[in-house]
Design a protein around this ligand. Structure first.
Ligand code: SF4
Ligand code: SF4
Length: 369
């Protein structure tokens, strides 16, 4: 069997699901206890897998999507989970943020996923998923090809599917790109765009990209002129701790129409881990520096969320803003968290951060007294 660039297959564990997938012309991975068979065109191919691989595949649900390569290697393309589906477009980026959770080599490595293949991934995803994140790297780096992906999304998913497009927003400083993008965009689209400072002098040293502040702000204003839904993402680090208030005032006065601001604790991996001395501050300090900014943003009618903050680093009066934002496979707790009364409400801490930083996590106790 020729695996070529990889064979896509949707998971089936029953004859009903197999029939539905076959009627759609899709390849099938049929899982029956410890037997794993791919039905590809008219070929039936029995996989010989390691125990670990069998264990991983057994946990998949019907209609999840796998990409198989030669030597029985595989990658999960779509998995039914609360975090929703993700379309990873490219690992490359035209910024070079000092606390990017991806490493510089990984962002420089050329990704080979073609737009046709990305459309194949979408075709294999169930049409009734609730939430799809389109991300990179910087997804607009594929330029005009993005419009084909947007068209595919529009044609494939149900009207109730919501989308989050994660971008640094710089591409939308081109009026042509903005217009074309909006012409092809699906409904229910949200943009997630990072902003780290209130001026070129405060933002550009963090992206390490001269001109990025001007482009992002211009792009944001263009998207706002179309009435787009936008959440800004502020990663709090040692580099912008001191001017969170000015940044909040800038957003309130210059970027009217922003729906939400997510204030985010730093994930200490990739470039962030490498630049630890420059960026790391304890999450309690990040929260303290953000308090006035939160009030300023809320007074401007903007929703605020705190992402990636464990509850013990945030004053109880602000816990309602804390989102369980860390992907489940990245979350870690200390053993002592078992004694914490708010363990169930807390979103935990990044595994990578706990591996790098000796952080004090103080279990919350005695709240009912
Ligand atoms: S944080 Fe986002 S915008 Fe910045 S370098 Fe990383 S991928 Fe690019
Ligand atoms: S002690 Fe652990 S469970 Fe409790 S708030 Fe902190 S990180 Fe969360």
């Amino acid at each position: 069997m020729d695996f070529g660039q990889g064979i896509l297959a949707a998971v089936s564990k029953s004859s009903n699901a197999s029939k539905e997938l076959a009627d759609d012309g899709k390849n099938i991975l049929f899982i029956d206890h410890d037997s794993f068979t791919i039905f590809f065109n008219s070929t039936k191919y029995r996989l010989k897998l390691s125990e670990k691989a069998m264990d991983t595949l057994s946990q998949l649900n019907e209609f999840d999507v796998i990409e198989f390569y030669a030597d029985d290697r595989f990658r999960i393309v779509y998995e039914d989970c609360p975090d929703g589906a993700t379309l990873f477009v490219t690992n490359q980026c035209n910024s070079n943020c000092i606390m990017c959770p991806c490493s510089i080599p990984s962002r420089r490595q050329r990704d080979t996923i073609s737009v046709n293949r990305l459309c194949d991934y979408l075709e294999y995803m169930p049409t009734d998923i609730r939430h799809l994140v389109i991300t990179g790297g910087e997804p607009t780096l594929i330029r005009k090809d993005m419009f084909r992906i947007l068209q595919k999304i529009r044609g494939h998913f149900e009207d109730f599917t919501h989308y989050l497009f994660l971008t640094n927003g710089r591409a939308f400083s081109s009026q042509w790109y903005l217009n074309q993008f909006m012409e092809n965009a699906p409904q229910n689209l949200y943009f997630g765009i990072p902003l780290y400072g209130y001026s070129a002098e405060t933002h550009d040293p963090i992206t390490q990209t001269p001109g990025s502040f001007a482009q992002t702000v211009y792009g944001l204003k263009g998207l706002l002129s179309y009435g787009c839904n936008i959440e800004l993402r502020i990663v709090v680090s040692k580099l912008n701790l001191a001017y969170m208030d000015q940044l909040a005032s800038f957003i309130g006065s210059e970027l009217r129409g922003i729906n939400r601001v997510n204030i985010m604790a730093t994930e200490m991996m990739g470039a962030a881990a490498r630049n630890r001395e420059l960026v790391w501050v304890d999450y309690a300090e990040s929260f303290k520096a953000s308090k006035q900014a939160i009030q300023t943003l809320m007074s401007a009618g903007i929703d605020v969320s705190l992402y990636n903050f464990p509850l013990c680093k945030v004053e109880p009066g602000y816990w309602s803003l804390c989102a369980k934002s860390i992907s489940s496979y990245k979350i870690r707790y200390y053993d002592s968290c078992q004694e914490c009364e708010v363990r169930e409400l807390c979103g935990g801490v990044f595994r990578s951060t706990l591996a790098l930083e000796k952080m004090v996590l103080t279990p919350v106790k005695g709240r009912g007294k």
